[in-house]
Design a protein around this ligand. Structure first.
Ligand code: FES
Length: 169
């Protein structure tokens, strides 16, 4: 398979934040996961355009990249909402009812883990321990304002928090 460097083409300008990663890894076998992780970190998700750009740089066919991206749960192919809800499912949170909290959030927002609300305000992700187990059950909400942590959640409390966030959007 022929591999070409993408430096200097139009897409390098469009994807300039990712270009240094491509320079470093495009020709290194076995680096696709690393490249996809970096692309998602920068753009929030893996768009068709970014997959095509990675394909141009690495010589790996877009269908293969897409296959890898869909195989691993860590990769997103759709944009995330303005607020990323990271709902802890670690041991302490689990013992303290995180499953019921998840049920409430899913029911209230009408989405499942990994999905985004139709208004684009929320994306829900179940995550491992957030490191503040004494507040279990816990969720962290990431937005352009930064990360905010909410602890000792109850069904009532979590829906109130979601209402407040939606009201300020
Ligand atoms: S288990 Fe949830 S914060 Fe540690």
């Amino acid at each position: 398979m022929s591999k070409k460097c993408c430096c200097g083409n139009d897409k390098t300008v469009q994807f300039k934040e990712l270009a240094p990663t491509m320079e470093k890894y495009a020709n290194t076998p076995g680096s696709l996961i690393t490249i996809l992780q970096k692309a998602q970190e920068i753009y929030g998700y893996l768009s068709i355009d970014v997959i095509n750009y990675i394909s141009d740089c690495t010589g790996i066919k877009p269908a293969k990249i897409y296959g890898v991206a869909t195989f691993y749960a860590q990769f997103r192919l759709q944009p995330i909402g303005k607020n990323l809800i990271m709902l802890c499912q670690g041991t302490a949170c689990h013992v303290n009812g995180s499953e019921q909290i998840e049920e409430s959030v899913c029911e209230y927002l009408d989405i499942k883990d990994g999905e985004t609300t139709s208004d684009g305000i929320f994306t829900l992700n179940n995550v491992a321990c957030l490191g503040c187990c004494s507040l279990a059950p816990v969720m962290m909400v990431r937005s352009s304002e930064g990360d905010e942590t909410y602890g000792n959640l109850t069904k009532e409390k979590v829906t109130k928090i979601l209402d407040e966030i939606r009201a300020r959007e």
